[in-house]
Design a protein around this ligand. Structure first.
Ligand SMILES: O=C(O)c1cc(=O)[nH]c(=O)n1[C@@H]1O[C@H](COP(=O)(O)O)[C@@H](O)[C@H]1O
Length: 309
């Protein structure tokens, strides 16, 4: 799957991921009204609204991008109906040829991680049958329970040709509270990065490992260090746009081959129509605003990479 992701990045010239993180208040009035008319102001109505919202955004952007990253919490808040909308979104993005990164941030004791891995990336046995659960291509995982929480995910990835993005240095303001703590003189995120690199070396695609890392765009200096520490690791970089990351912050997340990083923006793309810069599209044309925001993001990153050459 890492090979497919890289091929798609090369084909689209777009090292970006659109984060499908639909809050109900991003969904334009007219979509909410339509969904509520059919299902009432219910969890089912809300789930229908976020699904219709996602579908229009995917239809307007899929030809420009290699991948999407639905964040499961945004769906889980609507209970079982929301989770159904998550699965519908995953399947629809696959139909459109997109690589799907399930942002599920799982990780537990070994036996529980095994079930998470099977549910999101693998197949569950039911009698003599096997069924895929959510069937994303990649999943985000949390390594802070240690290697027994990660190994079941790696095993399933190997069997199913899938991949992981393991949290190393997260983008949020308080990520340093624990992740930056020094252990034998080095920050914890470096120890984790080194371990991700070691796992990666044993699980290689053609040029990069299918065991990737997550490093926030909001920490460009740490990104530079981690890029060197994990040369064969693909880095998922959230924090662009709404959290303040800009093209110029991203240059050192890439390798000299121009690859090695994929940048996520969620609110910056899906709620673009709410920003002043895209206000002219209006809420009726919210998906066109997202398309323009994708083009602007690609140009911003490309410009920064060219300027750094
Ligand atoms: O794993 C992630 O994707 C993630 C890791 C991280 O360090 N920071 C981070 O923001 N994310 C996710 O990336 C997305 C960022 O959303 P925006 O800030 O709206 O672009 C959300 O889905 C977050 O859950």
């Amino acid at each position: 799957m890492i090979n497919k992701l890289i091929e798609k990045i090369q084909k689209t010239h777009a090292p970006i991921v659109v984060g499908l993180d639909p809050m109900l208040n991003y969904v334009p009035e007219h979509i909410q009204k339509r969904a509520f008319a059919e299902y009432g102001e219910t969890l089912e109505g809300a789930a229908e609204a976020i699904w219709q919202f996602n579908k229009e955004i995917v239809d307007a952007t899929y030809d420009l991008i290699p991948a999407v990253k639905p964040q499961v919490a945004m769906y889980e808040q609507f209970g079982i109906e929301g989770v159904k909308a998550f699965k519908k979104t995953v399947d629809y993005c696959h139909e459109k040829g997109l690589v799907v990164i399930g942002d599920v941030k799982r990780g537990d004791i070994g036996s529980t991680s095994e079930a998470y891995a099977v549910g999101h990336l693998g197949k569950v046995k039911v009698g003599s049958q096997q069924f895929a659960g959510f069937d994303e291509d990649f999943a985000t995982v949390n390594p802070y329970l240690g290697s027994d929480g990660i190994k079941p995910f790696i095993k399933v990835c190997k069997e199913e040709n899938k991949g992981l993005f393991i949290l190393v240095k997260t983008s949020n303001p308080s990520s340093g509270e624990f992740q930056d703590r020094l252990i034998d003189g080095r920050p914890l995120y470096e120890w984790v990065g080194e371990q991700v690199d070691a796992w990666g070396k044993e699980h290689m695609g053609d040029s990069y490992s299918y065991i990737g890392a997550v490093v926030g765009a909001t920490y460009p200096e740490q990104g530079k260090v981690l890029r060197k520490l994990m040369p064969k690791t693909f880095i998922l970089v959230p924090g662009y746009g709404a959290q303040g990351g800009r093209g110029k912050d991203l240059v050192h997340f890439f390798n000299e081959d121009g690859l090695g990083a994929i940048i996520n923006s969620s609110r910056g793309i899906i709620a673009a129509y709410k920003q002043e810069a895209y206000a002219q599209f209006g809420s009726q044309n919210f998906a066109e605003a997202s398309r323009q925001a994708v083009k602007d993001m690609i140009a911003d990153i490309d410009g920064a990479l060219q300027a750094a050459k």
